[in-house]
Design a protein around this ligand. Sequence first.
Ligand SMILES: *Cc1c(COP(=O)(O)O)cnc(C)c1O
Length: 408
Amino acid sequence: MIRANENYQKLKASYLFSDIARRVDQFQKENPDIRVIRLGIGDVTRALPPAVVTAFHKGVDDMADDATFRGYGPEQGYAFLREKIAAHDYQARGADISADEIFVSDGAKCDTGNFQELFAKDIKIAIPDPVYPVYLDTNVMAGRTGEFVDGRYKDIVYLDCIKENRFLPQLPETPVDLIYLCFPNNPTGTCASKADLTQWVDYARKNHALILFDAAYESFIRDVSLPRSIYEIDGAGEVAVEFRSFSKTAGFTGTRCGFTVVPKECRVFLNNGETVSLHGLWNRRQSTKFNGVSYPVQKAAEAVYTREGQAQIGELTAGYLENADIIGKTMVDLGFDYVGGDNSPYIWVDGQGRDSWDFFDLLLHKAGVVCTPGGGFGRCGSPYIRISAFNSRENVVDAMMRMKEALK
Ligand SMILES: *Cc1c(COP(=O)(O)O)cnc(C)c1O
């Protein structure tokens, strides 16, 4: 008898974004004349930068000629891309990361989801609440959690991110082995300072734990005092893996490219107390289950590191940050408390006692604006909504005018 992985039965029945889509479809059916503005799902709206498009085309042309055609590439990614990443994103910022510690992939969702399979089933895991749902759900699928009771899975250590701690996870009170961190955060838009991250690196070193650091929104950081990589913290190379993506940085959500950094000094422990190289394990995993990112896409990603590419992605992220600023100012005008939006494309708004789905429905029905209910990111998110800056200037301005009309 072919039997199912019972762990999937523990997953909450509906996925956040399909629930939102259902409510928006229903509203649109009942109100066909209202133009709904979507500030919900975290997808970019602006086209790929011209430098990227040119390199992408050139990559396709290379594939069209026997002399320059490429078949299977290295599972870890082409050296031309890994070297640029190491030099620009790490060495230039004083982080000692080399090209052979970088694994190019088709995005950070797969990597943040897949990485947990390198660890024992009975490790203790700490996950911020609220946060990007992939970390939790992939551990549920792998059988690392108990049942779902009162909005939480048994056996997970939740790190509450609430107003009282400025939405920053605090060190756990019980020992944990694996810690997920995401900065700038999705959904709250908050950032960790060097001191905040140092606390986590010190904890991991002392407790033989490992940090999985998701830096998908790193390119939105404008405050020069904030760390862009966890490897800017002393000693992090031994205890941290970092995930990055070209999705939000350079508009690659539909093109698919990201990378994961696994320093060679990073270690995990066997039952007998011996250490093994995490780099070796991830390399084995990737070369067994993954065949690399397409050559034209890696050529396109390489162009992000040219002078034109850097200027163009700087403009892209600046445009979204200006949207975030407009949204933040509107929240102030409306008397809502919020965080985020300054080094992040997300604004996390306190619903003043409303449940997040009620707030969602109110904005949809009164303003025709779609946000994301905070409850979808964890129990602590229930009193909040996330407003995303990923849309055109016109749509953001229009949406804010409508919110002012609806809520004044
Ligand atoms: C968008 C996002 C990702 C990146 O996803 P890709 O698979 O690279 O498109 C990773 N982490 C977080 C927190 C995100 O919001």
